[in-house]
Design a protein around this ligand. Structure first.
Ligand code: F6R
Length: 608
């Protein structure tokens, strides 16, 4: 999704803006641009394509002079990706430049209105109306023009605004999208994401919806939508620059796969004290807990597949009916939830538009809300009654890896915690599960150590047109994520099937040499899975099995196998996904794909 940066200070702005935009590249984009104020007029450079094109055009920003500016990476929504539609957009009088993330839903009506006032539009974007509205209201001071403009917009809009009046003044407006202000010394910043700021400052302010900020080199003033100055807390970012960079790995995805033992430790360790689980901000009384008769997990993509694992574990341990609903469906389903329902939203970014909408919908119907989120201060974190952070650190590759495993671990921890408080598991099982979970970082490390073997296998399978994933129960939940990983980064058709469903239709797809990844790690259903493997082998399938160390039956049955360390069956998915992540990575690599930035995908889906 679009990325926004802004800078005001005494250094040259353009090189700083370009560096910031590079840090936001992972969000996905098709064009980029900057606008810088120099001697009272705005210089603009923008182009379709990669930021490196913009760097070449401007000699790394050195051709554009000036100490205050805004920058943007665009992900086309209105109008094709081209130079004209790239942001920033200028008002006709050249007094305002605007960058925007989101969708202005009433732009067609505003456009007609402005055309009737004689304004000529240059682009096909919804954003351009903002620049012209600013000019329209621009006879008043810039702050009033910004407020009046924002009050006319319907939809989601995070705006960065550069204006020629006043010295070095920038405005940042937030409505339904991420925006963070960075506080420097004699200079200030804004950006869509802290990764674009941490090279300069770790002191940040998270803007909330309906707020806007005025930035000068010396000062940041935050206002509510009525224009009244408000006091906002300053937060300290805990990530460092290194955490947001590749650190010697060829791709962010591989780096993030390797980081999983550490990410898992960081998520679990602070919550286990003296053999007990301590969940911060979880203040439901025993009575309130007993009152919960249904759990709804909502999320998108991989986060929803983490939810699928969570569903099996929560139902097994807590015996509370649990359903997983993808947020884009739940939001429009008039969900049947009330104050007996616990809604658990799962999101790495905390900014996914559908997940936000689904939470709002369920909240309005009285559900208790909780979120498992990786980004501190994100919209979802602020929206729910209880937030549990996954301390995975910044995830840059578009395909999630450590985001997913920490979500699964957090759901496991929550399930164990709830089961204990509800009296559904005894002390012995509680201690057993907790110890098992604490051992998962080292089990994951052992799964990562299979790297070389998985690479070898990926090179045997990379040229297939379609690969099927089968499993039962928790293995099936893991199949969904394994298949998504493969298709999103290697563009190979991959689909997950519940192994027990094969003979109800899907087995018709199996032919001589059809590649099938069969997950056989869920011990209670191991024999059933062995029968399913026999069925597909009899029809010629080529089977790559993922099973547990010491499993001789699978070794004799499958064409290829990956053996992962044994753990409690409920916790195994955390280690089981690792070889599938590596498999997807090496298949994509063998196919020459752009692994960190797969085509058509964005890291943070902040529009519907
Ligand atoms: C796939 C992937 C996506 C995200 C989904 C939700 O690898 O990363 O499917 O899981 O877009 O994003 P978050 O977790 O940020 O809400």
């Amino acid at each position: 999704m679009c990325g926004i940066v802004g800078f005001t200070g005494s250094r040259q702005a353009a090189p700083i803006l370009l560096e910031g935009l590079k840090k936001l590249e992972y969000r996905g984009y098709d064009s980029a641009g900057v606008a810088v104020l120099d001697n009272g007029s705005i210089s603009l450079a923008k182009t379709r394509g990669m930021i490196k094109n913009l760097c070449e055009m401007t000699h790394d920003g050195n051709d554009i002079k000036g100490c205050v500016g805004i920058g943007h990476t665009r992900w086309a929504t209105h109008g094709v990706p081209n130079d004209i539609n790239a942001h920033p957009h200028l008002s006709c009088d050249g007094r305002f430049a605007v960058v925007h993330n989101g969708i202005i839903e009433n732009y067609a009506q505003l456009r007609d209105e402005l055309i009737a006032h004689g304004i000529e539009f240059k682009s096909d974007t919804d954003t351009e109306v903002v620049a012209h509205l600013l000019e329209y209201y621009g006879d008043e001071d810039a702050k009033t023009a910004v407020m009046k403009t924002a009050s006319r917009l319907v939809g989601s809009y995070v705006l960065g605004i550069l204006c020629t009046d006043g010295s070095g003044r920038l405005f940042a407006v937030r409505e339904s999208g991420p925006l963070i202000l960075g506080i420097g010394v004699g200079e200030n910043y804004f950006a869509s994401d802290v990764t674009a700021l941490i090279a300069h400052t770790k002191n940040v302010i998270y803007l909330d919806d309906g707020e806007f900020a005025e930035l000068t080199p010396e000062k940041i003033t935050v206002y509510d939508c009525t224009g009244t100055a408000i006091t906002k807390p300053v937060s300290r970012v805990v990530w460092d620059v290194e955490a947001a960079e590749k650190g010697g790995y060829e791709h962010f995805m591989l780096k993030e796969i390797m980081e999983q033992p550490r990410a898992l430790k960081a998520t679990l360790e602070p919550r286990v004290k003296n053999g007990d689980i301590v969940l911060e901000n979880f203040e439901l009384s025993d009575e309130e807990l007993k009152d919960i008769d249904k759990i709804v997990i909502t999320a998108c993509g991989s986060a929803s597949y983490a939810g699928q694992v969570g569903r099996y574990v929560i139902e097994k341990l807590c015996r509370i009916p649990t359903q997983v609903e993808v947020a884009s469906e739940l939001r429009y389903r008039e969900p049947i939830v009330d104050h007996h329902t616990l809604l658990i939203a799962v999101s790495q970014s905390g900014e996914t538009a559908d997940t936000i909408a689904a939470i709002k919908e369920c909240k309005a119907r009285g559900a208790r809300t909780m979120a498992i989120v990786n980004v501190v201060g994100s919209t979802i974190a602020n929206l729910v009654d209880h937030v549990l952070y996954t301390w995975a650190g910044p995830e840059v590759a578009v395909a999630t890896t450590k985001g997913y495993t920490t979500q699964v671990a957090m759901l496991d921890l929550l399930a164990i915690y709830l089961a204990r408080r509800l009296g559904r598991i005894d002390d012995e099982r509680y201690a057993q599960l907790l110890t098992g979970l604490q051992e998962m970082p080292s089990k994951i490390q052992r799964a990562i150590d299979l790297n070389g073997h998985v690479q070898y296998l990926a090179e045997r399978y990379y040229s297939n047109q379609a690969i099927y994933f089968i499993g039962r129960n928790l293995d099936y939940a893991v199949c969904m994520e394994g298949a998504l990983k493969l298709k999103e980064i290697s563009y190979i058709f991959a689909e997950a099937y519940a192994a027990g469903e094969l003979k109800h239709g899907t087995i018709a797809l199996i032919d001589q040499g059809s590649p099938v990844v069969a997950l056989a790690c869920y011990e209670p259903l191991f024999d059933k899975m062995v029968s399913n493997i026999e069925e597909i082998k009899a029809r010629g399938a080529k089977v790559l099995a993922v099973a547990l160390e010491g499993d001789k039956r699978i070794i004799s049955q499958a064409d290829d196998f990956i053996l992962i360390p044994k753990s409690d069956p409920l916790l195994t998915p955390i280690a089981e996904i690792i070889p599938l992540q590596l498999f997807a990575y090496y298949v994509a690599k063998a196919n020459g794909c752009d692994i960190d930035k797969p085509k058509n995908l964005a890291k943070s889906v902040t529009v519907e």
